[in-house]
Design a protein around this ligand. Structure first.
Ligand SMILES: *Cc1c(COP(=O)(O)O)cnc(C)c1O
Length: 392
C-alpha cells in the first residue's frame, strides 16, 4: 500500500448515509439540491436531440480541458460576475470536487500547510488531507473568516502555507457570507504573504434578497486566486460539471493531472450544460431557485425561533442551503442517534472542523431537501428532543 492510500478515510457525511437517507426520516443532513428543482423534462428533450443529431460528437472522447464552446460560455458567465477570464485560464472538471482534488495534487506536498475556515467544507478537507498537507483552521464569525486571526497564522506559518481555502458565499456548512471589506483584506494578505487563495463558490447565485459582494477573484491583480464554480446546485449534480478559473500555468498543470485521472469529463454532460446555458434555461431558472430555497430557509428560521429552547443559537443565512446550530453543552453525535430513531436527521458539526477536539456541540441543518411543511415538522421534533435531553 502507498503512503497516499494510508491517508484515505471515508467522508464523514457519506459514511452516515445509511442512517439518514431513509425515506421516513425528515432529513436536514445531506447538503443536496431538491430533486424537485431539476429541469428533467427540458434536459430529457435536449439529451434526446443531442444524441440523435450530434451523437458522433457528444458520445466521443473529448479534450481534457473540456468543450471549447462551454469554456467560452463559462468565460461570459464569469464576466457577468465581474471576473475577466480568457479560455486559457479555464478548465472544466467533473464537479468542483475534482478541481479541488487536482489543485491539491499540483500545489501540495506532504507537510505543506493549508488554511481553512473553522468550520469548513468536508469535501475540501478530504482532498487536502489526502495530499498529506497539514490543515490550520481559522475561526469564522457572521462576516466570514476572521482576518486578524488569519494574519496571525500567516505570520507564524510563513512560507509553508500554500493556499487559503474559503467558501465565500452562504458557506457550507455555516451559511455565513464573507463581507465585502474582508474580501479585500483577504486579497491584500494573500498578496503580502504570497499565498494562493482557492475561492469555492457553488452557492453564489442562490441568494435570497441581494447578490453577494463581488468575488475575491475580481480583486485579483497578481494572479493569486483560483475561483471554483459548479453547475451542481444551479442545474443538477448528476451532470458532474464544474470549472476552475486561475493562472494559465496552474490551469495547465491541472489539465495534465486530469489527463491521468480521467482523460476527459463526460462529453454528453458538458454538451447538456452548454445547451442549458445557450438556450437561456439556466438564467431563467435562477430566480425560481432563489424563491424556492428562500421559502425553505425562512420556514426553518421561523420554526427555530418558535421551538428552540434556551441556549440554542444559530446562523441567519442570506442564501444557499445551510443553517449552523450551536447547542448548549450537548453532544450532537449522541443527539443524532436519538433523533434518527424519532425520524429526523442532521449532520453533527465535528467533522467540519480540522481539529477533532472542537465542534462537538455544533450541527449543520440543510433546508434544501425537505418541503416547507416537513422542515417545520422536523425542526419542532428536533427541538423537542433537545429540550428533553437538556432536562435529563
Ligand atoms: C456542493 C459543493 C461543492 C461541489 O460540488 P460538485 O458537485 O463537485 O461541483 C464544492 N464545494 C462546496 C462548498 C459544496 O458545498
Amino acid at each position: 500500500m502507498s503512503l497516499y492510500a494510508s491517508r484515505l478515510k471515508p467522508n464523514a457525511i457519506r459514511a452516515l448515509a445509511h442512517l439518514i437517507n431513509r425515506p421516513s426520516v425528515i432529513s436536514f443532513a445531506g447538503g443536496v439540491p431538491s430533486s424537485q428543482t431539476f429541469p428533467a423534462d427540458e434536459i430529457a428533450e435536449i439529451a434526446a436531440r443531442l444524441i440523435r443529431e450530434r451523437g458522433s460528437e457528444v458520445l466521443q472522447y473529448g479534450v481534457t480541458r473540456g468543450r471549447a464552446e462551454l469554456i467560452r460560455r463559462v468565460c461570459d458567465y464569469m464576466r457577468a460576475r465581474s471576473i475577466e477570464a480568457v479560455p486559457e485560464q479555464v478548465i472544466l472538471t467533473a464537479g468542483s470536487q475534482q478541481a479541488l482534488d487536482l489543485l491539491c495534487r499540483v500545489l501540495l506536498d506532504p507537510g505543506d500547510v493549508v488554511i481553512v475556515e473553522a468550520p469548513s467544507y468536508i469535501g475540501a478537507l478530504c482532498a487536502i488531507r489526502n495530499s498529506g498537507a497539514r490543515i490550520v483552521a481559522v475561526d469564522l464569525d457572521d462576516d466570514g473568516i476572521k482576518i486578524d486571526e488569519l494574519e496571525l497564522v500567516l505570520r507564524q506559518s510563513g512560507r509553508s502555507v500554500k493556499f487559503i481555502y474559503t467558501v465565500t458565499n452562504f458557506q457550507n456548512p455555516s451559511g455565513v457570507t464573507l463581507s465585502s471589506e474582508r474580501r479585500q483584506q483577504l486579497m491584500d494578505l494573500a498578496n503580502r504573504y504570497d499565498v494562493m487563495v482557492v475561492e469555492d463558490d457553488p452557492y453564489g447565485e442562490l441568494y435570497f434578497e441581494h447578490s453577494p459582494p463581488r468575488p475575491i477573484k475580481s480583486l485579483d491583480e497578481e494572479q493569486k486566486v483560483v475561483y471554483l464554480g459548479s453547475f451542481s446546485k444551479m442545474l443538477a449534480p448528476g451532470l458532474r460539471t464544474g470549472w476552475a478559473v486561475g493562472p494559465t500555468g496552474l490551469i495547465r498543470l491541472m489539465e495534465l493531472a486530469k489527463e491521468a485521472a480521467d482523460l476527459c469529463s463526460g462529453g454528453l454532460d458538458q454538451a447538456l450544460v452548454e445547451e442549458c446555458l445557450s438556450c437561456g434555461l439556466l438564467e431563467r431558472r435562477l430566480p425560481v431557485l432563489r424563491d424556492f430555497y428562500k421559502l425553505r430557509c425562512q420556514t426553518m428560521l421561523e420554526a427555530l425561533s418558535e421551538y428552540a429552547p434556551q441556549g440554542v443559537r444559530w446562523t441567519y443565512p442570506r442564501g444557499g442551503f445551510f443553517v449552523w446550530v450551536w447547542l448548549d453543552n450537548m453532544d450532537a453525535t449522541s443527539l443524532l442517534e436519538v433523533a434518527v430513531e424519532q425520524g429526523v436527521a442532521f449532520v453533527p458539526g465535528q467533522p467540519f472542523f480540522a481539529d477533532e477536539q472542537v465542534g462537538g456541540n455544533t450541527l449543520r441543518l440543510a433546508f434544501s431537501k425537505e418541503t416547507p411543511q416537513r422542515v417545520s415538522e422536523g425542526i419542532s421534533k428536533l427541538m423537542m428532543l433537545i429540550r428533553q435531553a437538556q432536562c435529563s
